[in-house]
Design a protein around this ligand. Structure first.
Ligand code: COA
Length: 278
């Protein structure tokens, strides 16, 4: 079940230190439904998060959608999609008691709470839970045909995968309100202008751009990368004065790591750092 709705490929990172690092590429694989996230997708994503967290070789996670299927007889070609939302067919006839346990233990928060770096590679539609999954990642890179949006309002719903909070955080109050209350889509250029994505490119360049960034991150010390993620994340959870203290404490503690000494010596000796990962 899990393998079908989520394909996982671990791509070795040449020159990673400690050796054996991989970039784990997760492909949401329901192209016939524009990769909409059903209950199985959530189980598979949560399992993948647990595996990546406990596997030292995983340095970066990339989440993407499966490419659209070719047009079949009598049916038009489906559009490209990262994920067109939660699977709406699973909402029919459900009451709050039935959906609460699912939403209290969902994949969006599991991805958000990963200690490892995550990148969303967005080609085509990222709507509803798809936008929310992209927002659960640290970095978003999109093709210029990507479309974001939170159309839940048209279903008599609101975003339920952290979207209201993460949108307000990234876009600011007014733009988040506009997206949530109108349900209108945001195209790639506007997403870039708004800071919803880090970068956009031609669809054919997307994989290369994302891999380049992932490899860059994967070649750093995996230990220091985790600390960096924790420190930046503190800015979202803490008032500035407490965040500064949290950063200082993380920074100072790095002076007791081997990788600090290795990094500093490597700079002075003009060679590549041979990270040990602690
Ligand atoms: N849940 C379940 N199925 C979905 C889906 C979703 N969120 N989004 C798309 N699909 C399915 C469609 O039902 C259709 O299935 P079918 O071929 O078996 O009929 C297939 O994916 C293709 O979608 P379709 O609507 O035919 O493509 P389109 O090009 O006409 O429109 C969208 C694309 C993205 C604009 C449209 O699919 C859409 O609005 N999707 C729902 C978006 C949404 O509201 N997401 C929030 C959910 S909380």
């Amino acid at each position: 079940m899990s393998e079908k709705v989520l394909l996982i490929e671990d791509i070795p990172v040449e020159g990673s230190k400690p050796a054996g690092g991989v970039i784990s590429v997760w492909t949401l694989n329901r192209p016939e439904k524009l990769n909409a996230l059903n209950a199985d997708s959530h189980v598979a994503l949560k399992e993948a998060c647990s595996r990546a967290e406990s596997d030292d070789s995983v340095r970066v996670v990339i989440i993407r959608g499966a490419a659209p299927l070719p047009a079949s007889e009598g049916k038009r070609q489906k559009p490209a999609a990262f994920a067109a939302g939660a699977d709406i067919s699973e909402f029919v006839g459900k009451n709050s008691d039935e959906v609460r346990p699912f939403f209290e233990n969902n994949a969006w928060e599991k991805v958000w709470n990963m200690s490892k770096p995550t990148i969303a590679m967005v080609d085509g539609f990222a709507l509803g839970g798809g936008t929310e999954l992209a927002l659960s990642c640290d970095i978003r890179i999109a093709s210029n045909r990507a479309k974001f949006g939170t159309p839940e309002i048209n279903l008599g719903l609101i975003p339920g995968g952290g979207g209201t909070q993460r949108l307000a955080n990234i876009l600011g109050y007014g733009k988040a309100m506009e997206m949530v209350m109108t349900g209108n889509m945001v195209n790639a250029e506007d997403a870039l202008r708004l800071g919803l994505v880090n970068d956009i490119c031609e669809p054919e360049d997307l994989e290369g751009s994302v891999m380049k960034m992932a490899e860059n991150i994967a070649r750093k010390s995996p230990y220091t990368i985790k600390v960096a993620k924790r420190a930046v994340r503190a800015a979202l959870d803490l008032p500035m004065s407490e965040g500064i203290l949290a950063e200082r404490s993380e920074f100072v503690a790095l002076f007791d790591t081997e990788d600090k000494e290795i990094g500093v010596q490597a700079f002075l000796e003009r060679k590549d750092a041979d990270w040990v990962g602690n």
